[in-house]
Design a protein. Structure first.
Length: 332
């Protein structure tokens, strides 16, 4: 048995500039962090030749190409696991429409667990790159590249997306002051609804040329966030989130709505200094930056919405359990 644990994420600034329509012309930049909520992938060998996959549905097939779950299918094909295996995916939060990068987290976790099952130890860069290839190139999902990279690397990172498709990863130092400081000041509230991220992201992607000014500003906010973290000016993250939200809601219809605007106004009036809807928008989780002195007031104002307590996680995807006779790991 192999079990991988892969973190979900929150993005602070730069989302949208990690789409290839943008970064191949202008280069993109994003600052995001892994959080202590996870997707788990369990891989168990079977005596027979069947492939069984358990998620919100259960699939049993003889040929890997007959799987409907495209991420599992492509991860199996990529890693060379063709039969005699049972795979189960589990998540700490709703796995679809949360805005916390769950789809890419699943893909990274699948690759990590299946490579480990094959006895191969692969680096974070390979997990992230291959997850992008599966989701974007093979499955044709209208998404960016930040989620795969933060799931693989963990911690707090600045990603620079180069015109040649390479990704420069800068991990901020794992200081107690940085991680605990940010963790104390961020809050997540569930909007009560999920949404199909692909619909919003497809429109946003198609509007890249129309949204160039906003995207340039979002990239500048990512650089501003990185500078603030370097100088431990953590309070500035709240301002960046607010500025970024004002820009993000202009990128496509459906990113915000009346209920989200009401939630956000309630949080600001109670003491939050900034925030944004995580991911594509339209639902999922509302991320807030709020001094702990105002947490009680914000929770009171947001009592109609469920809070998800979180902290930042310094680690990326990892294997947390392995038990297989004759099992040996090899680096690649």
């Amino acid at each position: 048995m192999i079990i991988s644990q892969t973190p979900l994420r929150v993005s602070f600034a730069g989302g949208g500039t990690d789409f290839h329509r943008y970064y191949r012309e202008h280069e993109g930049a994003v600052v995001s962090s892994a959080i202590d909520k996870y997707v788990y992938v369990v891989v168990v060998p079977r005596f027979d030749e069947l492939i069984i996959v358990n998620y919100t549905k259960k699939e049993t097939v003889e040929n890997v190409r007959d799987l409907n779950h495209e991420l599992v299918r492509e991860a199996l094909l990529r890693t060379g696991v063709e039969n005699g295996v049972e795979i189960t995916t589990l998540a700490d939060v709703p796995s679809e429409g949360s805005g916390l990068g769950s789809s890419s987290t699943v893909t990274v976790g699948l690759l990590h667990a299946l490579y480990a099952y094959k006895g191969r130890l692969v680096p974070a860069e390979q997990l992230a790159r291959e997850a992008c290839e599966i989701e974007i190139d093979i499955c044709g999902k209208p998404i960016g590249k930040q989620d795969q990279y933060i799931a693989a690397y963990g911690g707090v990172c600045q990603f620079t997306f180069r015109k040649d498709d390479s990704v420069e990863v800068r991990q901020f130092r794992r200081s107690t002051e940085l991680f605990q400081g940010l963790s104390r000041n961020i809050m997540l509230f569930y909007t009560g609804r999920t949404r199909k991220a692909g619909n919003i992201l497809a429109v946003q992607d198609q509007r890249t040329d129309v949204n160039l000014e906003q995207l340039h500003c979002l990239k500048a906010l990512a650089l501003r966030t990185a500078e603030a973290l370097d100088r431990m000016r953590l309070w500035e993250v709240g301002r960046v989130l607010n500025d970024g939200w004002q820009l993000k809601r202009q990128l496509a219809e459906g990113i915000s709505n009346a209920e989200i605007e009401e939630m956000y106004d309630l949080a600001l009036s109670a003491g939050a200094s900034g925030g944004k809807i995580c991911g594509a928008g339209g639902g999922g989780f509302l991320l807030l930056y709020c001094d702990p002195a105002h947490h009680k007031a914000v929770r009171k104002a947001m009592e109609a919405y469920r809070e998800l307590p979180i902290a930042l996680d310094p680690d990326g995807s990892k294997i947390i359990f392995q038990n297989r006779a004759g099992y040996r790991m090899s680096s690649v």
